[in-house]
Design a protein around this ligand. Structure first.
Ligand SMILES: Nc1nc2c(c(=O)[nH]1)N[C@H]1C(S)=C(S)[C@@H](COP(=O)(O)OP(=O)(O)OC[C@H]3O[C@@H](n4cnc5c(=O)[nH]c(N)nc54)[C@H](O)[C@@H]3O)O[C@H]1N2
Ligand SMILES: Nc1nc2c(c(=O)[nH]1)N[C@H]1C(S)=C(S)[C@@H](COP(=O)(O)OP(=O)(O)OC[C@H]3O[C@@H](n4cnc5c(=O)[nH]c(N)nc54)[C@H](O)[C@@H]3O)O[C@H]1N2
Ligand code: SF4
Ligand SMILES: [Mo]
Length: 858
């Protein structure tokens, strides 16, 4: 077998001997500096020549990968000495050219050794001590046999009393970049396969990244569509990015960071960033920054289109031919008079307000003169690349922000042409990698809940239905992701849950507490173990979520197993990585495949679960099946020896076929066209119920147009509030991938957790850069360092999301005057101590960037 590492143990499966155990203990016990660290600055040669020539050097390294969910995917070369990883090096193959680019790991991947050998690594199975509460953190260390016996018994009992839809796989993306260790999508994960052998489970739709936009898509484009790839911006006259920050959120050297930046360097296309924050992308790619209040993109778009329509700068021909509902004449049959977008702009709609630039300026904070200038510039640039990141949609009105930005691309005729785009996030090319292990067995349960609805499903179970909580049917023939099913007359149909969630399985995710929303409220729901009876966390670190588990199962990291990793977001370059096991599993850690196999054994479905294959045989089967679809792919052994395989597939222009011939290539909307006015949303608005599980608030309504909807804790509410006058957003941050890498010493030292606050706001409150501040609202209080900066607009605070929740009682840290004294102070500075469990209107999604709060000096 031609694998390229000589140091990986031959007896990898045989467990831990005492000698290597001691070495690991030294490496993780806060004494990592004892491990020889070779300087990583003098990088060995790069490029294809070095790769071909450097076989002696190569033999020292094992190809592994960073699999966390940062929207990129990187190979790392691990130098292993005597069973220990001593050094981490990035990809040294590929070139500097877009299309064959070197996929260099970012600062996080380069510090992966500190995550693998972290003092927080889980070592043995643990059980919550009887008589203690979830979160008390009193544990008994138990054997694997005891853990799996007890979990299996409890599962059988829950199944007997409630059936299979009482089992839920919680959101978790820590290993979404793998095939056999896959944590997302949940239906392709090993525990899903196990549940599919045993009667199924309750699944969820969408994800915490994109809930609102996922629900918006069916009602605009009919289905998910990407934007054009970033390299296609070379064909643009202008690039406008709404809340899109690839330089921080796609940080692989082979990812969109490289593609967007290199395209800018080579072609110099003017780039405008619309973001409340002067992001890394604004700093390094942008020529101009347009700061706006969070959650107001739809108002800005209305102001821009008002100017364009008034000055006849928009693309009326495109709207007439390809779209429904911009004008009265293209409204669907039965739509009320004055329900078109034009009527909305002109103030003829129900709100009777003209959407002048002055109107938009008041809401967005962007001056009217700037809106006029921007409208003329965007309309005059033929073509213009308009993209959005997912910050604008992770809001209480995010479905509408997403549709509004799509609309801007459509109304300027930029959809489906080179240099243009759909207004969605940039696209990328992918290899087709088959995943037979994850996709072969089907979940018999048809019902799915919103990814954010699981805490409601624990509390209210059988009361949840389509209209009050967004319970949907699994996508399949005729049902698109995120879409409400309709009957033969086209009316939305209602689906109801039958039982509450009784078991939560959390694998490779930190979304029990920390990543979901409202930490204090979530904990309260979870601490009542008569509701959710069983919580099992399988991870590699003792995470915040693990604190609230009943059983903790220590898993293996990517370095401790072989796997396949489909590449992500390489722009025109598709790629994939096959990683090799570099070290033996640490402590008593086991692969999730082995864990689920032994659990399946106890549930009587082992044969079905393994399908008669070992983990490695499944990996080989995946590549074998992939090669049946795409014979050019290397075979398993060849690929494993190379580590990374790449292919230049060229730029992608989204919806080019539709643009060329809309009759032959209709969109999957009922009209076959782009639906600016959605009659399905109009019909659903009549049936949708609010206020059943969460108090009804401003913004709880469905609207057929992509209009601006003012919401709870939106810009107008905060502006008028003395109690909570700030809008708090939580950007994705280079110091972590969510909470992953959040416990790495190097990264914590390099990237402090800070609250960004504008210089003027700070001066008003006597806050200096580096001061400790409290940020609080009625749901919670965080304490962290202030970063006083002009890089965030006044009235907005940005706290990087994903920090580890670290609550301290009043005896340790006294909360500030005005804060809710019932809550502890989170000195970790986790954004979800402040966010709400109130879902967005259509998606029932996490409105993570919609938060009102106050800030005071500590
Ligand atoms: N306030 C706020 N909240 C948010 C967001 C926001 O913008 N604001 N963003 C949301 C988004 S977009 C997302 S995607 C979610 C992400 O939420 P999660 O998917 O929960 O992400 P992580 O916190 O990274 O959790 C990943 C877990 O995987 C584990 N892991 C990492 N590597 C390995 C491995 O090799 N093996 C195993 N077995 N486990 C591993 C890590 O230890 C970690 O506990 O957060 C959401 N939460
Ligand atoms: N380094 C790093 N990279 C990551 C992640 C990470 O945790 N760390 N997470 C990954 C994951 S899972 C995801 S889903 C993506 C997330 O990618 P995004 O969702 O695009 O990231 P965010 O930081 O939430 O938002 C992007 C930008 O939108 C801005 N923004 C917030 N609200 C608004 C608004 O209302 N309007 C406008 N115009 N802008 C707004 C923010 O200031 C931010 O600069 O990132 C991925 N990449
Ligand atoms: S965090 Fe993302 S960009 Fe950084 S090394 Fe890992 S996969 Fe690559
Ligand atoms: Mo995400």
């Amino acid at each position: 077998m031609s694998i390229n590492h000589t140091d990986a143990p031959d007896d990898a499966a045989s467990g831990t001997d005492r000698r290597t155990f001691l070495k690991w203990s030294a490496a993780v016990g806060g004494t990592a500096a004892l491990v020889p660290v070779v300087t990583e600055l003098g990088m060995p040669g790069s490029g294809p020549a070095a790769a071909a020539a450097g076989s002696a050097e190569e033999a020292t390294f094992v190809w592994s990968a960073c699999t966390v969910n940062c929207g990129s995917r990187c190979p790392v070369r691990l130098q292993v000495e005597d069973g220990t990883i001593v050094r981490v090096l990035p990809d040294n193959t590929g070139t500097n050219e877009i299309g064959s680019q070197q996929v260099r790991a970012c600062v996080r991947g380069r510090s992966i050794r500190h995550r693998i050998y972290n003092p927080d690594r889980l070592k043995k199975p643990m059980k919550r001590k009887p008589g203690t509460k979830r979160g008390d953190e009193e544990w008994e260390t138990i054997s694997w046999d005891q853990a799996l016996d007890e979990i299996a018994e409890k599962m059988k009992d829950i199944k007997a009393r409630f059936g299979n839809e009482a089992f839920y796989i919680n959101y978790g993306t820590g290993t979404l970049g793998s095939v056999m260790a896959k944590s997302w999508p949940p239906d392709k994960s090993p525990f899903a396969r196990l549940m599919n052998t045993w009667g199924g489970y309750l699944d969820h739709y969408a994800d915490y990244s994109t809930t609102e936009i996922t629900a918006a898509y069916p009602y605009f484009y009919g289905t998910w569509v990407d934007g054009n790839t970033f390299d296609d911006v070379k064909n643009s006259e202008l690039q406008v990015m709404f809340g899109n920050n690839p330089l921080e959120t796609r940080m692989s050297g082979g990812g969109q960071l490289l593609v967007s930046q290199q395209t800018k360097v080579e072609h110099g296309v003017k780039t405008i960033i619309v973001d409340p924050r002067y992001s890394e992308t604004a700093a390094l790619l942008g020529d101009e920054w347009v700061p706006l209040r969070p959650g107001t993109d739809a108002a800005l778009v209305a102001g821009l289109l008002h100017v364009m329509v008034t000055e006849d700068l928009h693309d009326q021909e495109f709207l007439d031919k390809y779209c429904v509902g911009f004008d009265e004449k293209t409204l669907p049959e039965g739509a009320p008079k004055n329900s078109s977008y034009r009527a909305y702009l002109e103030g003829k709609g129900p709100d009777t307000t003209e959407k002048t630039p002055e109107w938009a300026a008041d809401i967005t904070g962007v001056p009217a003169s700037r809106i006029r200038q921007l409208a003329r510039e965007i309309a005059g640039a033929k073509p213009c690349a308009i993209t959005q990141g997912w910050g604008p949609q992770r809001h209480a009105n995010g479905e509408n922000s997403a549709r509004a930005i799509f609309l801007l691309a459509a109304a300027t005729g930029n959809v489906g042409v080179p240099g243009g785009g759909t207004g969605a996030r940039e696209g990328a090319q992918y290899l087709s990698i088959a995943e037979p292990f994850g996709s072969e067995l089907i979940n018999p349960s048809e019902k799915i809940i919103s990814v954010f609805g699981w805490l409601d499903a624990i509390q209210y179970g059988e009361q949840l239905d389509t209209f009050n909580a967004g319970v949907l049917r699994k996508p399949g023939p005729g049902i698109r992701d995120g879409e409400v099913p309709v009957d033969e007359q086209g009316n939305a149909t209602n689906i109801r849950l039958e039982v509450p969630i009784k078991m939560v399985w959390q694998y490779s995710g930190n979304s029990i507490v920390n990543q979901t929303g409202d930490n204090n409220a979530s904990i309260k729901i979870l601490q009542d173990d008569t509701m959710c009876e069983l919580i099992v966390v399988c991870d590699i670190q003792y995470t915040v979520s693990a604190r609230y588990a009943d059983y903790i199962l220590p898993g293996t990291s990517t370095a401790e197993e072989d796997d396949i990793h489909p590449g992500e977001n390489g722009g025109p370059m598709a790629y994939g990585i096959i990683s090799s096991q570099a070290i033996e599993p640490l402590y008593e850690c086991r692969t999730v495949f082995d864990i689920c196999t032994d659990l399946a054994d106890r549930l009587g479905t082992k044969e079905k679960f393994t399908g008669g294959k070992t983990r490695e045989e499944w990996l080989r089967e995946a590549i074998k099946q992939s090669r049946e679809i795409d014979p050019e792919l290397p075979d398993y052994d060849e690929w494993k020896a190379m580590g990374i395989y790449r292919r230049d597939m060229g730029p992608a222009v989204s919806l080019a076929d539709f643009r060329k011939n809309p009759k032959a290539n209709p969109l999957p909307t009922p009209s076959g066209k782009i639906e600016i006015y959605s009659d399905r949303l109009a019909a659903m608005a009549e049936k949708w119920q609010f206020g059943v599980f969460h108090e009804e608030k401003a913004g709880d309504r469905l609207v057929p147009l992509p209009e601006y909807v003012e919401t709870w804790e939106g810009p107008l509410e905060t502006r008028a509030s003395e109690e909570y006058p700030f809008q708090v957003i939580g950007h994705h941050f280079k110091g972590r991938t969510h909470s992953s890498y959040g416990n790495v010493d190097w990264l914590k030292a390099a990237h402090h957790q800070t609250a960004w606050i504008n210089t003027l706001d700070a001066a008003d409150r006597g806050i200096d850069n580096g001061d400790q501040v409290f940020v609080y609202n009625d749901r919670g209080t965080i304490k962290l360092e202030a970063r006083v900066t002009e890089r965030v607009m006044p009235g907005v605070i940005s706290v990087p999301q994903g920090a580890w929740f670290d609550p301290k009682g009043a005896d340790e840290v006294e909360p500030p005057d005005g804060a809710n004294p019932d809550h502890p102070v989170d000195v970790g500075g986790n954004t979800n101590t402040l966010t709400s469990l109130h879902p967005s209107a259509l998606a029932k999604g996490n409105a993570a960037h919609t938060v009102a709060a106050n800030v005071v000096k500590a």
